[in-house]
Design a binder for this molecule. Structure first.
Ligand SMILES: [Zn+2]
Ligand SMILES: [Zn+2]
Length: 334
């Protein structure tokens, strides 16, 4: 199908040619080998669990009703998402864990379907195998219910990494957690956000780690900071203009003036101007060195990304930053 010289695949393909986006750091054969190994671990673990938990008379182990299967899968999806959000976030916040384990998954800066389960084997075991086993055990699932749940979760993970945002994807019926959402997590500064996987996004929304909202919040924060600093700069200029004598007074002049008859008035004038000029210099240097609001790709580095998480997570306040607060306080004292 060709719509306006673009195929249906091109229309829904997630753009990956951003200049800031680095290429994948791993070869396709290594991805296939690692994913196959992880599947082997998962299948073995599942078989061991089935053998250990089966009743003495296997015939009693009847298939659950379709309604019960649906209810159990719905609850299990919430349990799995909760478990994976916090483990995933922990793997990013902890620098050592990120370097040793999770950085393997982030070698894929341009995700593709069969790299969905490309992880360090230990991380894969903890995140996916144990993550799938926990709801299965907690809800006492029949092996077939577990198999259906695990297959759905795996398919969803593959969809999240497929590189296409299909409008008719069943995953997109429930919420915005899909390929486009997870793609943000795989490159640039987006790596500090969108930890939720594989089903929902509620943990990101609850914890302030959803990318779009966090960027809007940061933009507001910077605008507030800029406004406060600009206001302070303007008021500093006013003080300098209304006190021309004091403004032109040098430190030597000040010591002379201190001994004069009207030393108290001159002292306060000088202190006000001096305080303002120092603060104005700080404020203007902050303004000069300000980064653009959305700097995706700037921190596309494993170590920086890992550090960046602990710095950025939890920045939920819309209040001015410490530097602008200090400047505002100085102004009040004046
Ligand atoms: Zn990650
Ligand atoms: Zn991923």
């Amino acid at each position: 199908m060709n719509l306006h010289n673009r195929t249906i695949f091109e229309i829904h393909r997630i753009p990956t040619d951003q200049p800031q986006r680095k290429p994948n750091k791993v070869t396709v054969p290594k991805v296939i080998y690692t994913v196959a190994f992880q599947h082997l671990i998962q299948v073995t673990t599942a078989l061991v669990l089935v053998v250990l938990t089966r009743p003495e008379d296997v015939k009693e182990w009847r298939m659950e009703s379709p309604l019960l299967i649906l209810i159990k899968i719905a609850i299990a999806s919430v349990i799995l998402d909760t478990y994976q959000y916090w483990i995933h976030r922990w793997f990013h916040v902890n620098r050592k864990l990120y370097r040793m384990f999770h950085s393997v998954h982030h070698e894929l800066t341009v995700p593709f379907a069969f790299g969905a389960l490309y992880n360090h084997p230990l991380e894969g075991f903890l995140m996916d195998t144990v993550g799938g086993a926990i709801p299965s055990m907690l809800l006492n699932m029949h092996p077939w219910t577990s198999a259906i749940f695990y297959s759905v979760a795996t398919l969803k993970t593959v969809d999240d990494h497929c590189g296409y945002a299909w409008a008719w994807s069943p995953a997109s019926l429930f919420n915005s957690n899909g390929a486009a959402y997870h793609d943000i997590h795989h490159w640039g500064k987006g790596g500090m956000y969108n930890f939720s996987q594989p089903f929902y996004t509620f943990w990101d929304h609850l914890m302030g780690t959803e990318y779009e909202t966090a960027m809007a919040r940061k933009k507001l924060q910077r605008e507030t900071e800029e406004y406060t600093q600009q206001k302070f700069l303007n008021s500093s200029k006013d003080v300098s203009i209304t006190s021309p004598d004091a403004a032109s007074t040098s430190s030597t002049d000040f010591s002379d003036e201190k001994n004069s008859e009207d030393s108290d008035t001159s002292d306060s004038k000088f202190t006000a101007v001096k305080r303002n000029s120092v603060a104005a210099k700080v404020a203007s240097s902050v303004l000069r060195n300000r980064k653009p609001v959305d700097v995706r790709g700037f921190d596309d580095d494993d170590d920086k990304t890992a550090v960046g998480f602990s710095e950025d997570i939890g920045t939920t306040s819309l209040s001015p930053t410490r530097s602008s607060k200090r400047l505002a306080d100085k102004k009040k004292k004046k």
